[in-house]
Design a protein around this ligand. Structure first.
Ligand code: AMP
Length: 571
């Protein structure tokens, strides 16, 4: 196929902004394209001779291109510069100068799509000594055989700035129009392969059946499945039929691992290839993922080794760099926690239900301590158990949980209600412990619940807010009792306003982080702050918080107002 046909279509596409017109120009072009060239045409339409997920660049700068244009047209680089200042688009400059070519070429072969595609694709391979000049020659040779309109688009393609307004969504519709398919089917095929050139070829050769045959393959990142947000546990249980798998929700970078023999590739959610940024994960992944060929899905996180807690997301992001990779790898060691599997040898797993995929994942992954793991998961149907797991996740420092429908397939590229994010219901409060009550039954002999207070900003006094007896493990209760006995006093501390009676009183020194479901005004039990909490739950001791820094009564009042506003919106 002649490149002229493509360049003329580009020209038409550039001139129109009408969606329908663009659609019919592309559809016509695709119909006219021979099957064996359709992949080239589609990639060139998208502006690069590689699919978006291949992180290659031509590596040709403006100056080199200017030289190539000068060489091919017989003008000087200062002529090129001058015209560039006038028109501001190097493609246009090339078209005009090639049109007025000073150098008469005796024989010019006609440019084909294949030749332009191959030539541009070779550019990153031209490296080493003299590569700048060799690249310039490589391009000028193409331009020598080009007509003005061809020159314009060759130059723009090399620059990576085609400006014809063809985004991927538009290609989906045009492929559907050209081969008489439903855009949804085309989109689905794209979600599996992330490559419209493959999709168009399959559609051209086999129509709907051709598309149906497309499947995930190593090297082509699959569009990741995404999650919706759940309001609360009830919503999850209701949507998922009373039972679901719950996994820790890690806060890092979503990574899809592709393995083929010894080759490991890491793709992000946006299909970027991050393999070279994490050399410290490659060998562990080779070991951990047992099959020769596999695609697994997970989250890349940094864990503070000493504290055993996740490091903030910002730390992980510092690993996203082109230089100094080794040094940063030592400063911020990362690990990958896997939670799904999309391909095992030649078996695509996407259509299999979650439970089967999870089983398969556990089977094919050998955990490499500190480097490659499988996300902690529990299948739960009881609200309290889910709450406990959520509290645990938050206590360790994670964002929350992800609930997954046990029967759901892997819905590539979709954000549906089959994966639901569960975060702690509301903000947590940091409250100081001022008293306690002994437990009963199993908890006899230890403090079973604690009286907690917030700080009045103006007077600096501590005013009680709630009693809290849940969220503690048996070990917590034992350890806390031991600790509090050391600061026990006979009556409420002089800085504390407290009307309820307790079994023990303490110096206001230890701060608890408390989760709750709702703030109440004038609760049944009389609290001196005038506020109360529904379903308070202990999360952890905040060793990093001094009593002077805890939540104030004013802040609780503000949270209450916010909560009421939100409620108003919901009803
Ligand atoms: P969000 O980005 O808030 O929509 O949440 C979805 C993201 O959470 C996913 O894209 C993953 O990057 C991340 N994530 C963390 N842990 C998990 C998990 N166990 N399962 C699925 N996604 C997870």
């Amino acid at each position: 196929m002649l490149y002229r046909t493509l360049a003329e279509a580009f020209e038409k596409l550039e001139r129109t902004s009408s969606y329908l017109e663009k659609n019919s120009i592309i559809a016509e072009l695709l119909k006219r394209t021979p099957e064996e060239e359709i992949e080239h045409v589609v990639l060139l339409l998208l502006g690069r001779p590689w699919p978006a997920y291949v992180s290659k660049e031509t590596g040709v700068g403006l100056q080199q291109l200017k030289k190539a244009i000068a060489k091919a047209s017989g003008y000087s680089t200062s002529d090129v510069d001058k015209l560039m200042r006038e028109v501001g688009d190097l493609g246009e400059v090339a078209a005009r100068l090639i049109g007025k070519k000073r150098q008469v070429t005796l024989f010019t072969e006609k440019l084909t799509v294949g030749k332009v595609f191959e030539r541009i694709r070779q550019l990153p391979e031209i490296t080493g000594e003299g590569s700048v000049d060799r690249k310039t020659d490589h391009i000028s040779e193409l331009l020598t055989s080009a007509s003005p309109v061809e020159a314009k688009f060759v130059v723009r393609t090399v620059l990576g700035d085609l400006r014809i307004g063809v985004a991927e969504g538009r290609l989906r519709d045009a492929i559907a129009t050209a081969f008489d398919l439903d855009p949804q089917e085309v989109e689905h095929a794209y979600m599996l392969t992330t490559d419209y050139s493959m999709v168009a070829k399959a559609a051209a050769m086999g129509g709907r059946r051709g598309l149906g045959k497309l499947s995930v393959c190593v090297g082509h990142p699959v569009n990741p499945m995404l999650a919706q947000r759940a309001e609360d546990i009830d919503e999850i249980l209701e949507r998922m039929g009373g039972k679901a798998a719950f996994e820790i929700k890690l806060d890092g970078i979503r990574i899809q691992v592709h393995k083929e023999g010894d080759r490991i590739q890491l793709f992000t959610r946006r299909m970027e290839d991050y393999s070279s940024m994490f050399p410290d994960l490659i060998e562990p992944l080779r070991k951990a993922v047992k099959p020769k060929r596999a695609i697994v899905d997970g989250e890349l996180v940094a864990i503070d080794k000493r504290a055993g807690r996740p490091m903030p997301f910002q730390e992980v992001l510092r690993r996203r760099r082109k230089y100094g990779i080794k040094e940063t790898a030592e400063q911020i060691p990362v690990q990958i926690q896997l939670f799904d599997v999309l391909l095992v040898e030649d078996r695509p797993m996407l259509a299999e239900p979650y439970v089967r995929r999870r089983k398969m994942l556990e089977k094919i992954v050998d955990v490499v301590e500190g480097k490659v793991g499988v996300v902690e998961q529990r299948v739960l149907d009881k609200k309290e158990d889910i709450q406990k797991f959520l509290d645990k996740a938050v206590r360790i420092g994670h964002e929350g949980l992800l609930a997954k429908d046990l029967k759901s397939s892997y819905r590539a590229g979709r954000r549906e209600f089959l994966w639901l994010k569960l975060k702690p219901a509301v903000e947590t409060l940091d409250l100081v412990v001022v008293g306690a009550h002994y437990g009963k039954g199993k908890r006899a002999g230890v403090f079973g619940s604690y009286v907690l207070a917030a700080r009045d900003e103006e007077t600096g006094r501590y005013q009680t807010v709630t009693r809290c007896g849940s969220g503690f493990t048996d070990d917590d209760l034992k350890d806390l009792t031991k600790m509090f006995k050391k600061i026990q006093i006979k009556r409420p501390h002089e800085d504390v306003d407290m009307e309820i009676e307790a079994d023990a009183y303490f110096e206001p020194r230890v701060v608890f982080e408390i989760a709750y479901e709702e703030i109440q005004v004038s609760p049944e039990e009389k609290h001196t702050s005038g506020m109360g909490l529904r379903f308070p739950r202990y999360l952890r001791v905040r060793e990093d918080r001094r009593p002077e820094e805890i939540t104030t009564v004013r802040e609780i009042e503000e949270l209450f107002e916010l909560q009421e506003r939100r409620k108003g919106k919901r009803s």
